[in-house]
Ligand binder design. Structure first.
Ligand SMILES: [Zn+2]
Length: 95
């Protein structure tokens, strides 16, 4: 019994795997896969009082300790707009 053999004998008959090109990837596509960059947080400041903001434990927003506004984070993008900010009405937590 003879078995047709098309895979051996000529080395690699498979097409060369294409190396993925990074030239078409925008920085936004890379950042969208990351959580908020700590370095980004360092440079973010409350637009109302210019104080640094801190990320909420659940990552859903950035809170300003000065005016206690909470800026929402949408798709890992902080929305640093006073009009979009929520006012934190909860009592200040003890440190
Ligand atoms: Zn503020």
């Amino acid at each position: 019994m003879r078995t047709p053999d098309y895979t051996n004998g000529f080395g690699s008959a498979e097409p060369e795997p294409q190396a993925p090109s990074l030239t078409g990837v925008s920085p936004c596509a890379i950042y969208s896969r990351m959580s908020l960059d700590p370095k980004l947080l360092e440079v973010l400041a409350c637009p109302a009082c210019k104080l640094p903001v801190s990320l909420l434990p659940d990552g859903s927003g950035l809170r300003c300790d000065g005016c206690r506004r909470i800026y929402p984070v949408v798709d890992d993008i902080p929305v640093m707009l006073i009009d979009e900010a929520l006012q934190d009405s909860s009592p200040k937590e003890p440190a």
